[in-house]
Design a protein around this ligand. Structure first.
Ligand SMILES: *Cc1c(COP(=O)(O)O)cnc(C)c1O
Length: 840
């Protein structure tokens, strides 16, 4: 028969795809025996976890391979998502939910005498990202699959992801993240699909066989990119998309030249340097790292991705002039912006396309997402570094720029300022390539990540591009996946939603709006409170285990978790804590809602002020938590090692979500959405997506404070002087004075000096200006929390109005407004669908 190309036809309960509890149990035992090579008596928890993971992976394979086949069809349009970071979080729980096999698997695990919760907890999460940007890429991969959009994510398989954080004596310590050390059951390497990537060397001109003058690049070194594929299943659909992460290896493990002259060490050395490229994730969030290796990483994965896309396209029998019909490639920030030059190089140098046609194809293929306006995060590379690593690409960028500037000179005759602003090259200090300009010019669309942010992009960094190409800059407000951030993180809340309105909300989050009427139902409110109380109790237990601090689940959980950064203003939260502490010391009988302040977040290892902010939080906590006159009324906890797993515990346990960045600095935020979806009320500035959250939940359900973006600009323009706030606000003065006295530093009045001095004499993020407004707002919150029925009402209304912030909606926005791509449901190939037991 001809069935060889098809998925296995399943007649009986196949050991690898069957879903009865009995079959799952047998598969688990088989995998332990045949893959882990262990008898149950000697197997570790990790062995059992791996056996379970393989059991689940097998059940994804028919869908995964069918999805890949769909994607290869010439007429199917495909989205590729190019991102230096994918902060995925654990796979197992998400896969069970999306495949709809949680129940039988749980039962099979239980009947095998194993603890399901323990196995889930065993998974080491792939921390291949820093924060919001990487997590967004992960949510988008999941929603692309759930929306049945054929897609490939391209990135780097870092051997070491974001460091693990430990807190010692209140200071952050970084520990290497060895996430691969006990095996990764979710990836499949494909060495047969490896590609070669060049670096350095020189370029030369030549005349081709048609007599045309051409350029070619003679790289000084070559590195092999090996793809590792990870399946990303959509929610209850056949689509299982691929995340393709590249590992760098030496082209030859041995340099035989060196080997033959007896230099064994030198022979292996080139292998080591090649592999450095995918060794470690740069741990900077919102901060440029101008190192050569970082540019090598960016070029490496971008070049691997584009070669892979061209291979797929040509394999379907089509020509490269239709490349932009087959693919749209989204650049997640400027990290892959060298794609503009690399695609031009591939089309022109390697595939002999004419410049103008290649430029049209490039511009119609690429699209760019801007994630930041912070000057310290805007990527630029010195011409000398760029030219030595990518000489041909620099020539191409110069050529693109020359043609662009020629056009612009005609358009803006006497406006050198315009030309300088639009140029791909910054002429200062020996010259730089501006990656945001390169990405903007080489793309067919640019988008910001929240309504306010997109408007600010148009008004500030890309103002001149906006004027030149009206309509090119759009907005796609970020979103998060409700499968991970509600169903997996908060199963009780998910069960309540499903009990009341069915489970359609998991596909279409807007449906939770139907629950709004329940805000007036006292029984529902009581149930709502009980759910929150239970999760807070679980978090309290975890806090006690991790830190030894006992906190009361009856206090308000006031939570600030995100990367530590001055613009995010963790220290403003601390000023509030000290204010409350001083009030309680002055008036021990003060009636106030007890609060537990919970912080979490990693600081970039080279960011001294952020590390000092962690020490500040822990030091203030040390004093307050041990002050017997305070008791349960104030507790301050810094929970180490904020990551996705940690987030799944923390977001659902919050009463209050702190979103307190200086207006205009946070592009969108996604933590704000996760909190809100889980019933936390927000205290926030008019920044990022807070603006849209507030619009939807209503002014009465959002605790707003602080300067607006215009207010910030006006105050800066009028000559901001933070010292004036210190001298004119006695409460603020008392707080700062207490810190400066060394009270929280065992008498050391120098420890926090850098922090207080920066506030008093510079204060670029305007904490001093926003302090009083923040305190007043917190006082209103304290009062509102005292009335629990009222608070529950606000909490319910707030949560059920979050429908918009599903990443499914964001992906639909991209499909409609940018990518022009439609769902392509996956057809299972000669596969008995009833065996999968899934909705198709
Ligand atoms: C959501 C998330 C972020 C982003 O948080 P923001 O508050 O938007 O900065 C960062 N890290 C992790 C692990 C997350 O889950």
């Amino acid at each position: 028969m001809t069935a060889f190309v098809n998925c296995p036809t399943v007649d009986i309960e196949d050991d690898r795809t069957g879903l009865s509890v009995e079959t799952l149990r047998r598969a688990l035992a088989d995998n332990l025996f045949y893959i882990q090579g262990k008898w149950p008596e000697v197997a570790s928890t990790n062995d059992f976890y791996l056996a379970l993971a393989y059991t689940v992976r097998d059940r994804m394979m028919p869908r995964w391979l069918s999805s890949t086949r769909t994607l290869m069809k010439p007429e199917v349009r495909v989205v590729t998502y190019l991102s230096a970071e994918f902060l995925l979080g654990p796979h197992l729980g998400r896969n069970l939910i999306n495949l709809g096999i949680e129940e039988p698997v749980k039962q099979a695990v239980a009947e095998s005498g194993l603890d399901f919760t323990e196995l889930i907890a065993q998974e080491e999460e792939p921390g291949l990202g820093n924060g919001g940007l990487g997590r967004l890429a992960a949510c988008y991969m999941e929603s692309l699959a759930s929306e049945q959009i054929p897609a490939i994510g391209y990135g780097i398989r870092y051997e070491f992801g974001i460091f693990d954080q430990e807190i010692r004596d209140g200071w952050q310590c970084e520990i290497t993240d060895k996430w691969l050390q006990y095996g990764n059951p979710w990836e499949i390497p494909h060495p047969e699909a490896s590609v070669t990537v060049g670096f350095g060397g020189h370029t030369e001109g030549y005349t081709d066989s048609d007599g045309r003058f051409r350029k070619r690049w003679i790289p000084g070194k070559q590195v092999k990119g090996i793809p590792y594929d990870t399946p990303i299943p959509g929610y209850r659909v056949n689509t299982v998309n691929t995340l393709r992460l590249w590992k760098a290896e030496a082209v030859e493990s041995f340099d035989f030249q060196s080997f033959n002259v007896g230099n064994y060490y030198g022979a292996v050395d080139s292998k080591v340097t090649s592999e450095n490229i995918s060794k470690v994730l740069y741990p900077n969030d919102e901060q440029l790292e101008g190192k050569q290796l970082r540019l090598e990483q960016q070029y490496f994965f971008t070049a691997c991705a584009l070669q892979d896309m061209i291979r797929i396209h040509l394999a379907s029998g089509r020509k490269l002039d239709s490349f932009c019909e087959k693919f749209t490639a989204q650049m997640n920030d400027t990290h892959p912006a060298v794609a503009v030059a690399e695609l031009m190089r591939l089309l022109v140098d390697e595939h002999g396309m004419g410049w103008d046609e290649a430029w049209a194809v490039t511009q119609k293929t690429l699209a760019y997402t801007n994630h930041t306006l912070l000057p310290e995060a805007l990527e630029k590379w010195s011409l000398s570094l760029f030219g030595s690593l990518l000489p041909r690409h620099l020539e191409i960028i110069f050529e693109i720029n020359q043609r662009f500037m020629d056009d612009m000179r005609v358009r803006y005759m006497n406006d050198p300022g315009k030309l300088a602003a639009l140029s791909l090259i910054d002429d200062n200090d020996g010259g730089y390539v501006r990656m945001a300009n390169l990405a903007s010019l080489g793309s067919y669309a640019i988008n910001g990540v929240a309504a306010l942010h997109s408007e600010l992009v148009k008004k500030t960094i890309l103002k001149d591009f906006h004027e030149l190409f009206p309509g090119k800059i759009r907005n796609v407000t970020n979103g998060v996946t409700p499968r991970r951030w509600i169903a997996l993180a908060n199963p009780r809340l998910a069960a309540l939603y499903t009990e009341k309105i069915g489970d359609g909300w998991l596909h279409n989050l807007e449906e939770i709006g139907q629950l709004e009427g329940y805000a007036d139902d006292p029984g529902f409110r009581a149930h709502w409170r009980q759910i929150k109380r239970d999760i807070k109790q679980e978090l309290a237990t975890y806090i006690y285990q991790r830190t030894g601090i006992a906190v009361s689940p009856d206090s308000m959980f006031d939570i600030l978790v995100k990367r530590i950064h001055e613009y995010k203003r963790q220290h403003l939260d601390v000023l509030h804590i000290i204010t409350l502490y001083e009030r309680l010391k002055a008036n021990p009988n003060l009636d106030m809602a007890p609060r537990t302040f919970i912080f979490g977040g990693k600081a970039a290892p080279g960011y001294a002020m952020a590390k000092l902010m962690i020490k500040f939080i822990t030091a203030v906590g040390d004093v307050i938590n041990h002050d017997p006159t305070i008791g349960d009324r104030l507790k301050v906890v810094f929970l180490p090692d904020y990551n996705v797993k940690f987030g799944q515990r923390v977001y659902p346990a919050a009463d209050l979500s702190e979103q307190i960045s200086t207006a205009g600095k946070e592009a969108s935020g996604t933590g704000n959405m996760k909190f809100s979806m889980n019933g936390a009320l927000t205290i926030g500035t008019l920044d990022g997506a807070n603006v849209e959250i507030r619009e939807l939940v209503g002014d009465d359900n959002f605790f707003l404070f602080g300067l607006t973006t215009d207010g910030v600009d006006a105050l800066k323009a009028s000559g901001y002087n933070p010292w004036d706030y210190y001298t004119s606000n006695p409460q603020l003065k008392e707080v700062i004075d207490l810190v400066q006295s060394g009270f929280f530093a065992k008498g050391d009045s120098n420890l926090f000096r850098p922090l207080t001095d920066k506030l008093l004499y510079d204060d670029p993020f305007m904490l001093m200006a926003d302090y009083q407004s923040y305190i007043d707002c917190q006082d209103r919150i304290g009062a509102a929390y005292q009335d629990q029925e009222h608070w529950s009402r606000l909490s319910i209304i707030n949560a059920v109005r979050m429908g918009k912030f599903s990443s499914d909606r964001a992906i639909r926005d991209y499909c409609r407004d940018i990518w022009q791509v439609s769902p392509a449901p996956v057809e299972m190939m000669a596969y008995d669908q009833s065996q999968a037991g899934l909705r198709v």
